[in-house]
Ligand binder design. Structure first.
Ligand code: GDP
Length: 173
């Protein structure tokens, strides 16, 4: 019998150029594009994640850097089931801005079930400016159960990240 997928809405936030679009592309299409195009507005893709018995459809929304407050965007945001906050491990400033993104989430999506912190570009070890432990401690500080370092380029931990989100979604239903 055909499995009927449950649909979870996943929002990806974080500073520009941290790799939000690349994470989404890797998760949904297994591609990595080296060119950088600033995301304008909101993009979304759907991917199906087979979690044993149940299929979860993840509707992944990729946001453009600083635009969380645009009223038109708020309609998309406030029914999110999960939010991924992304920083770039080679860019300290993007890590320091995580705080601002958390404040936005608290104001705009106060009842979101799952929040995940994600330090992206883990393949660029030589340029690292934020340690793994700092990322983990920040996640703990915010009471977030899950912290991942990922590489959208090497497809490292991307499926773990979305598998975690799919499982959390199924558990919370
Ligand atoms: P966004 O603005 O947050 O959506 O960032 P993009 O996904 O457009 O990525 C910004 C730049 O970082 C692009 O040049 C990507 O190719 C690059 N990038 C994204 N993820 C990774 C990664 O995991 N490793 C490396 N080395 N580069 C990445």
């Amino acid at each position: 019998m055909e499995k009927i997928p449950s649909r979870a809405k996943v929002l990806i936030v974080g500073d520009s150029a941290t790799g939000k679009t690349s994470i989404m592309n890797q998760a949904t299409m297994n591609i990595f594009d080296r060119r950088y195009e600033k995301t304008i507005g909101i993009d979304f893709r759907i991917t199906k994640w087979d979690e044993g018995k149940e299929l979860v459809t993840l509707q992944i929304w990729d946001t453009a850097g600083q635009k969380l407050y645009r009223p038109a965007d708020m309609n998309y945001f406030h029914k999110s089931d999960a939010v991924v906050v992304v920083y770039d491990i080679t860019n300290r400033e993007s890590f320091e801005e995580v705080d601002k993104h958390f404040n936005d989430i608290e104001k705009l999506i106060p009842y979101v079930e799952t929040i995940v912190l994600c330090g992206n570009k883990s393949d660029l070890e030589d340029d690292r400016q934020v340690s793994y432990d700092e990322g983990k401690q920040l996640a703990e500080f915010y009471g977030i159960p899950m912290f991942f370092e990922t590489s959208a380029k090497d497809d490292a931990n991307i499926s773990s990240l979305f598998t975690f989100i799919s499982n959390s979604y199924l558990e919370s239903k």
